[in-house]
Design a protein around this ligand. Structure first.
Ligand code: SF4
Ligand code: SF4
Length: 234
């Protein structure tokens, strides 16, 4: 059986070791009498120092703390000023996602059902918030700025399936001056006119089209009211 090492440290010197009888200098400084006397209560220093600082408890959910302007929260699928959707169903966001959290199915726009400028639109759009890590790579990949992130951080669902947000959960709300899709593009324009900001709102032709095919569409009324207001201020 090997000899038991009975060395011990005493005053910065090793003594009693069987194999190393030479003394050595310890790097640990000797504590003075005052430091030794205060040692038992030194651990309370942090506690006492914090007792006199202002309280930082947040009263969430009664008071929601504002986020930083560029905080990565829930996604949003944006629209053009006339109400057409910006998403063209290209799937670039889904390919860019490192967590495989996005599922997109594109479909063709038709003269009877034009959802976005150009040939294609996003028919199915899902984001699985159980997978999303809010990295923002998807919004960087989007060629039309259809996909952006809001500051909304309250994301909850009743079940695992409830955490998969569908297109209707992600689409930006329609403002008073927007006409719900589908409807034709502004006459005489191409998709590039939309990208460059040439379209500023619905035209009478688009309003007439929706009135003909969806006379009960609630956005017709709000668009007409917004039109009347802007006429009055001219
Ligand atoms: S934020 Fe990141 S993880 Fe979430 S959907 Fe976009 S790319 Fe995927
Ligand atoms: S959100 Fe953007 S990147 Fe994703 S499918 Fe739509 S257009 Fe393409």
């Amino acid at each position: 059986m090997a000899d038991k090492d009975i060395s011990r440290h005493e005053g910065g010197r090793e003594v009693g070791g069987a194999g190393s009888p030479e003394p050595y200098e310890s790097l640990i400084e000797e504590r003075g009498p005052v430091a030794r006397a205060l040692a038992p209560v030194a651990g309370f220093g942090v506690t006492i120092a914090n007792m006199f600082k202002p309280t930082v408890t947040e009263q969430y959910p009664f008071e929601k703390a504002p986020t930083k302007p560029r905080y990565h929260g829930r996604h949003q699928l944006n629209r053009y000023p006339d109400g057409l959707e910006k998403c063209i169903g290209c799937e670039l966001c889904a390919w860019a996602c490192p967590a495989d959290a996005i599922y997109v199915e594109g479909a063709d726009n038709t003269p009877d059902a034009q959802f976005s400028p150009g040939e294609r639109y996003g028919r199915v759009y899902q984001i699985n918030y159980l997978r999303c890590i809010f990295c923002g790579l998807c919004i960087e990949a989007c060629p039309t700025r259809a996909l952006t992130m809001t500051n909304e951080y309250e994301l909850a669902g009743p079940s695992r399936a409830g955490m998969i947000y569908e297109k209707q959960d992600l689409l930006a709300p329609l403002s008073d001056s927007m006409l719900a899709a589908p409807h034709p593009m502004v006459p005489g324009t191409e998709d590039t006119d939309y990208y460059t900001g040439a379209v500023t709102g619905p035209t009478p032709e688009q309003i007439d089209w929706v009135a003909q095919y969806r006379p009960d569409d609630p956005t017709l009324e709000s668009v007409r009211r917004a039109d009347a207001r802007s006429e009055a201020t001219r």
